[in-house]
Design a protein around this ligand. Sequence first.
Ligand code: ZN
Ligand code: ZN
Length: 239
Amino acid sequence: MWKYYLQGLFWTGLDLIFPPKCGGCERPNYRWCPDCQENVNLISGPVCAVCGIPLESWRLCDACGQKLPDYQILRSWAAFEGPVRNALHRLKYRRDMGLGDALASQIIMFLRQLSWSADMVVPVPLGKHRRGERGYNQVGLIAYPLALLMDWDYNPRALFRTRETTTQVGLSVVARRSNVMDAFQAIPKLIQGKQIILIDDVATTGATLSSCARALMNAGALGVKAITVARALSYRSDS
Ligand SMILES: [Zn+2]
Ligand SMILES: [Zn+2]
C-alpha cells in the first residue's frame, strides 16, 4: 500500500511542474476529469455469467454456451466508447502513467466489489515487435497500480507471446480465436499453484484472454480470472 501512496505523491508533485490534460477530453489540469467520469458507461446490469458480455438477464451467452473459454470468469469495468475509449487510446500512444493511475483508482472500486481472491496479476503481453516500437506495454500502466492497491504480486514477465499475431480488428469470432490460438506461453516456476488475475485494456470476444488463460493453466495456475478496463460491445467497431 505505501508504495501506491508514494507513487501518488510523485504524480502530484510532477503535476505542479507539467500540468496534465484529462485523458478523456484533454481538459487541462486533470488526469481524468469529473465530466469524463460522469460519462463513463459502466457495465453494471446483467451480464453473461462467464464472459461478462451485457445481456438482458443473468445467464450464459450463446458463445459461452457453445464453448466455454479457458478463463473462469471475465468482467469489464465500462463500455469501450466515449472518454474511456479516448483514454485507452492515449495510454497506447503516450506513456501517461498518471492517467493509468487515475483510471486504476476508479476501477479499484469495481474490483473490490467482485471480492476475488488472487495471488498474482499478469498483464496481457504485447509481442516483442510491438513492445519494441512502443517501448512499453500500455496494459501495465493500469495493471501495476491495481496490483499495488489490491496487495497482489505483479509479474509482467510470467506470460509472453510465442509469436506475433495480426490485429484482431475486423475478424470474425472464429477467426479471432484461431488468430491468437497458442500464441502465448507462461513460465511454470512463476505461475504454479497460483490464482492469477489477467488484465487487459479492451476485450471484444475475449479470445485473447482465453488463449492467455490456457497458457497459464498449462503452466500450472490454480485458476485464471480476467479483468478488462473496457468491453467493445459491437465487435465490428475497431478495438
Ligand atoms: Zn475529461
Ligand atoms: Zn459469455
